[in-house]
Design a protein around this ligand. Structure first.
Ligand SMILES: Nc1nc2c(c(=O)[nH]1)N[C@H]1C(S)=C(S)[C@@H](COP(=O)(O)O)O[C@H]1N2
Ligand SMILES: [Mo]
Length: 451
């Protein structure tokens, strides 16, 4: 259908969901509530071009996934966007990543490109806050300083790090704190990620804890502070483009690595090479790229990205779109559970008569583990469990598979819902609105058309 109509429907759903529902699902409203004539814009047929076998189960006000995410178009109805998605053109990156911002460079991986067991570097999302530094000509000469609340300040080159400590390799999810943001209504401030601000690669590096222990962690140490070589966007050398930190107990976990290789290759510049931190489970912003200094502090860090509403979420529900009271905010730590369908792709058309469909995807849950993934094709009335492949190590994702049956031809949505090891499930819509849209983990919905 034409882009203009998609846009206006999206806007209508946002501004007046009841009326939008009446426009798109006019026929259902006639049957159930007698509100509208059956001719309202031709109802379902005009909007989607198919019957909806489970139309009666469709929640009022739901934007059909086929309209909200038509093709590879980003979800969330960002009114700023008038044309289709901008596809990233960057050396070493596959075509298909979607640019969310050019300065600084930010690009996400649409869900269907996260279909590999291990996310190839060519498909891995990019998130910069500042300017990208020049690629290092002599990686082993890269310098890291460890100072602050330590017995002995350390200054190590990457070469020395590799020689002095034993590297580990883990497959771990790296996820931006704002992943899922585009599902918030009203729109939250920041890059409008769908679910593509995440990837799961094999990271090789030196455990941060080993290096901190070598420096000698003082009793007074409470928090880390991370610094890197990327200049602030403004060029102002007195400002950091980012400087975040974490509580000491998290910092001492064995999976935090000072990474120098990604998927078996030297860490590329765009991902923070030659040296970055990888702190799994918590917002990606802790995984400092081009890392030059890690300082231990005797109090919560107050660097760029630690204050105000940055990487913070409300401790009590706030009115969506309302004014934040910063005293009711806490630092976002573990990321929430998320499951994505990586095949079929949103908008897939299947031959008439298809009654069974293989579905696969991935799920992860911050510091926790995934206890189950369930799928629905009838707008959440009934659920089918997926089979989870085991995680290789802590912080790995679980790949999952399922077979779903379809009762007839028509328009369906595949909904996937992850449950974490504490029993928390993904909500159908983004819950817990906050000004910068963190923690949005609405269920992933994929539209398919049979026939
Ligand atoms: N030095 C530095 N490190 C950084 C950033 C940055 O802008 N500068 N962005 C952070 C954010 S917000 C995320 S989500 C991840 C993204 O890592 P990637 O670009 O390798 O995917 O890097 C983090 N590390
Ligand atoms: Mo991020």
């Amino acid at each position: 259908m034409p882009k203009m109509l998609e846009r206006s429907l999206e806007e209508l759903f946002r501004d007046d969901p009841e009326r939008a529902d009446a426009v798109v699902f006019g026929r259902r409203l006639v049957n159930r509530r007698g509100l509208l004539g059956a001719t309202a814009l031709g109802g379902v047929g005009a909007a989607i071009g198919a019957t909806i076998p489970f139309e009666a189960e469709m929640p009022v006000g739901l934007v059909p996934a086929a309209l909200a995410q038509a093709g590879a178009a980003p979800a969330g109805g960002s009114a700023k966007r008038t044309s289709g998605p901008q596809i990233l053109d960057f050396p070493g990156k596959e075509k298909g990543l979607v640019v969310l911002g050019e300065r600084p460079l930010v690009a996400e991986t649409p869900e269907h490109l996260l279909d590999d067991e291990t996310t190839p570097t060519a498909k891995f999302f990019i998130r910069n806050n500042g300017q990208m530094p020049e690629a290092a000509t002599n990686p082993d000469a890269w310098k890291l300083v460890v100072d602050g609340e330590v017995d002995q300040k350390l200054e190590l080159t990457l070469g020395e790090l590799k020689a002095r400590f034993s590297p580990r390799t883990y497959r771990m999810v790296l996820e931006c704190g704002g992943n899922g943001r585009s599902a918030f209504q009203p729109e939250a401030r920041g890059n409008p990620w769908t679910n593509g601000g995440a990837g799961c690669a094999e990271w090789t590096g030196i455990p941060l804890a080993d290096v901190l222990k070598a420096a000698g962690v003082k009793d007074s140490a409470r928090y880390t502070a991370h610094y890197g070589a990327d200049p602030h966007l403004s060029g102002d050398t007195s400002k950091d483009s980012l400087s975040r930190g974490m509580r000491l107990p998290k910092a001492m976990e064995e999976h935090n690595l000072l990474v120098f290789a990604m998927n078996g290759e030297p860490l590329p510049n765009v991902h923070g090479g030659p040296l970055r931190l990888l702190v799994p489970g918590w917002p990606g912003s802790l995984s400092h790229k081009w890392v030059t200094r890690i300082s231990l502090r005797d109090r919560e860090h107050d660097g760029q990205g630690m204050t105000g509403t940055s990487y913070r979420v409300p401790t009590k529900p706030m009115v969506p779109g309302g004014k934040p009271d910063e005293k009711d905010f806490r630092i976002l730590e573990s990321m929430p559970v998320r499951s994505i369908t990586t095949s079929p792709m949103n908008g897939t058309r299947l031959p008439s008569g298809t009654r069974e469909i293989p579905v696969r995807g991935a799920a992860w849950a911050g510091d926790l583990t995934v206890s189950r993934v369930d799928l629905s094709t009838d707008f959440g009335q009934t659920w089918t469990p997926a089979t989870l492949a085991p995680a290789r190590n802590r912080y790995d994702w679980n790949r999952w598979t399922a077979k779903l049956s379809l009762p007839s031809d028509g328009y369906f949505e595949i909904w996937t819902r992850g449950t974490d090891s504490e029993g928390r499930m993904q909500p159908p819509v983004a819950a817990g609105w906050n000004p910068q849209g963190y923690g949005g983990n609405a269920m992933h919905r994929v539209a398919i058309l049979v026939g």
